[in-house]
Design a binder for this molecule. Structure first.
Ligand code: 57M
Length: 359
């Protein structure tokens, strides 16, 4: 909005020329989203407590989690609010991809909201059924896939990290692939969100990495120089990523150990959906396995644990899945698990950055 209101005035007030630049708007989108979360955080925590929107803890979980019962939850509503306001303020609203990113963020937030709301009504840690949750996620992801693929100029070719000469064209199959990326990321972030700050930390790192990828992919000269696939219009997505990262930082202020609020499914499903959509739009979909490597590791730990559990009639690879519970049960203090997982996430994101040069 500010872009549309202030940039045209640059002929009379030259300083407004700065609104033209994606870099400037990305920085301020991050700061705006951060400030909204930071300022409104205490009010949201108080409101959720008053409304009795509190976490129900699973009986079978690690002992250390029982003391977390009653922590206000659904902090994701604040994250989504700050991302939407900041994105609307700082992006070029004629950009098609921005609306797709917002659609998925708000839509997945809506699915998470229903899930959290049902948990509050049932007064237990069970909301939507797995089947219904997946169905809603699939409908929205396929819709996003169709819209992205039908946008003129969008390539349905895959970008394979490190191999610039191999890029198979999936044609309309790309819609299913895009849906898979969006649904998978949403659920992976959800699974990771089990310790204070554990999901939001790596999420901020992934959003910051995609901020760079989006900027590069949307800049015809830099994309050409780095031999990255150019996606016209994807530069504005850098501003959206800035808003995601800024909002995440603001939320982390309150979600860091010991957490004053959890994000709830409304947060985890929405943020995962958002980063999956960004990966698709910037044509760095497969690289998400590295950028969001921590989410992948957590998800694989569940897949292997459940698979092994079924195949061996009840034997386990880990003490408990997802992986963070394994280390907790081994006796690592919660902050140690969290910070070490962040370190892994930062390392993987740095590695993903090297693909800008190594190809
Ligand atoms: C939700 N949610 C937390 C909070 C957060 C397939 C299966 C492995 C899935 C997995 C699962 O349900 N994962 C998704 C994880 C919950 O947090 C709420 O949920 C929101 C995110 N969706 O925002 O609202 C609990 O996590 C803790 N928490 C924090 N700090 C935070 O900032 O401490 C969350 C955020 C909160 C709080 O305690 O209550 C959750 O874990 O429920 N299932 C599991 O994770 C379960 N694993 C399991 O059953 N493993 C089995 C195998 C065979 C599948 C095994 O290894 O034996 C565990 N979950 C829990 N206890 N809580 C089992 C034990």
């Amino acid at each position: 909005m500010l872009y549309h209101l202030l940039y045209p005035l640059y002929k009379t007030i030259s300083v407004f020329n700065v609104f033209r630049y994606i870099t400037f708007r990305t920085i301020y989108a991050s700061l705006t989203a951060f400030l909204i979360c930071f300022v409104l955080g205490p009010w949201v925590i108080k409101k959720m407590s008053l409304l009795q929107v509190r976490q129900y803890i699973r009986e079978d979980g690690p002992e250390s989690h029982h003391k977390k019962a009653g922590t206000p939850t659904m902090g994701g509503t604040l994250i989504i609010f700050s991302v939407v306001v900041s994105t609307l303020l700082w992006t070029n609203l004629t950009n098609f991809y921005i609306w797709i990113a917002l659609l998925v963020t708000v839509g997945y937030g809506g699915i998470g909201f229903i899930d959290d709301y049902l948990m509050q009504i049932k007064k237990q840690n069970k909301g939507l059924s797995v089947k219904n949750k997946f169905l809603l996620q699939a409908i929205l992801a396929i819709l996003a896939g169709v819209l992205i693929c039908s946008h003129s100029g969008f390539s349905t070719r895959l970008t394979i990290p490190f191999l610039k000469n191999i890029s198979p064209d999936l044609g309309w199959g790309y819609i299913l692939f895009a849906a898979f990326v969006i649904i998978g990321t949403s659920n992976a972030v959800n699974i990771t969100d089990g310790l204070d700050g554990l999901a939001i930390g790596p999420f901020i790192i992934a959003a910051a990495a995609y901020m760079v990828f989006a900027y590069v992919a949307g800049h015809i000269k830099i994309a050409d120089y780095l031999q990255i696939r150019y996606v016209a219009g994807s530069g504005e997505i850098a501003i959206f990523c800035g808003a995601l990262a800024g909002s995440g930082l603001g939320f982390l202020w309150f979600n860091t150990y010991p957490a004053q609020i959890f994000m709830g499914d409304v947060g985890s499903l929405s943020l995962g959906g958002a980063i999956g959509t960004v990966a698709v739009i910037t044509k760095q979909e497969i690289l998400l396995v590295l950028v969001g490597g921590l989410f992948v590791i957590e998800t694989l730990s569940v897949i292997f644990q459940v698979g092994f559990f079924k195949m061996t009639n009840g034997r386990r690879i880990f003490r408990m899945a997802p992986l963070h519970h394994h280390f907790e049960l081994k006796g690592w203090p919660e902050p140690k698990v969290i910070v070490r997982f962040w370190i892994i996430a930062i390392t993987l994101a740095l590695l993903s950055m090297s693909t800008l040069k190594l190809r």
